[in-house]
Design a protein around this ligand. Sequence first.
Ligand SMILES: Nc1nc2c(ncn2[C@@H]2O[C@H](COP(=O)(O)OP(=O)(O)OP(=O)(O)O)[C@@H](O)[C@H]2O)c(=O)[nH]1
Ligand SMILES: [Mg+2]
Length: 299
Amino acid sequence: MSTHRSGFINIIGKPNAGKSSLMNALLGEKMCIISNKPQTTRHRIFGILNEPEYQAVFSDTPGFITSTSYKMQEAMNAAVMTIFEDADVILLVYDISANEELDKRLIKRLKRVDIPVFLVFNKVDLVNAEESEEKVSLIKELYEWDKIFFTSATKGEGLDLLKQAILDALPEGPAYYPKDQLSDKPQRFFVSEIIRENILELYHQEIPYASEVVVSEYKEREKNGKPLIHIYAYIFVMRKNQKMIILGKGGSAIKRLGIESRKDIEAYLGCQVFLELYVKIREKWRDDDRTLKSFGYLH
Ligand SMILES: Nc1nc2c(ncn2[C@@H]2O[C@H](COP(=O)(O)OP(=O)(O)OP(=O)(O)O)[C@@H](O)[C@H]2O)c(=O)[nH]1
Ligand SMILES: [Mg+2]
């Protein structure tokens, strides 16, 4: 009988490097939200890949922020640091198309781990190999990477090689979760993330950063013998003018947000959805311990 392998593959890197895109691509389905704005992911999210012969538990994490300006960002960095405690393999994702340094604290922390660490140069579709040679060698020298990969999460390049190397590095062991489980987060978490993804897409400047989405009610009902899910969600912002922007003239902006989000939620849940959105002001929520706790940033 062949042996069963299992383990945790934790993904880290700077904001916007393509960590969530890479995790979705490796899982073969869209689990985490993606946007072209940095600091899209705010929580650590497990995505579980199940096959009869293995269970690979991927962790997407928030991008590591070099200089934090509020408590929520500190909590996001703290979430990143927890990945060193339970990883079997670490993927450090680096955006090859950006000119960014790697955070010294992350590199320092990596020096204290004794598990495989893979360096993943992502977004190779955006660069020319010759032009990025110098940058690649600089990043390579920062650490003794166990393996180095070049990928495009959006174009699907280099993923097979990466996935095979990850599976080869997993230790022998039993499944940690039931084999039909796909994530550690409940459906309502993903519903709030879908709404947040639409906020990131539809609003500009500070609005997405000032917003948090909380699903307050999630009720499964029936209509004409088919399931219909009623979802009530609050969008918290920090100031009155932000509330006005979320609402838009005569409520036009929130209407659009509601329609776009509902379509995405229906596609995700595979059934009809009734979605109601409310906007509330909660000043300084990003710095308030109690609110951060209730939003799941602090434990
Ligand atoms: N061209 C190209 N774009 C990519 C690739 N991977 C990700 N992107 C884009 O880069 C942006 C950021 O992707 P995300 O997956 O949200 O990045 P992230 O590292 O999870 O970002 P945070 O959650 O903010 O830390 C999105 O616009 C993606 O579509 C890639 O391989 N090629
Ligand atoms: Mg992300």
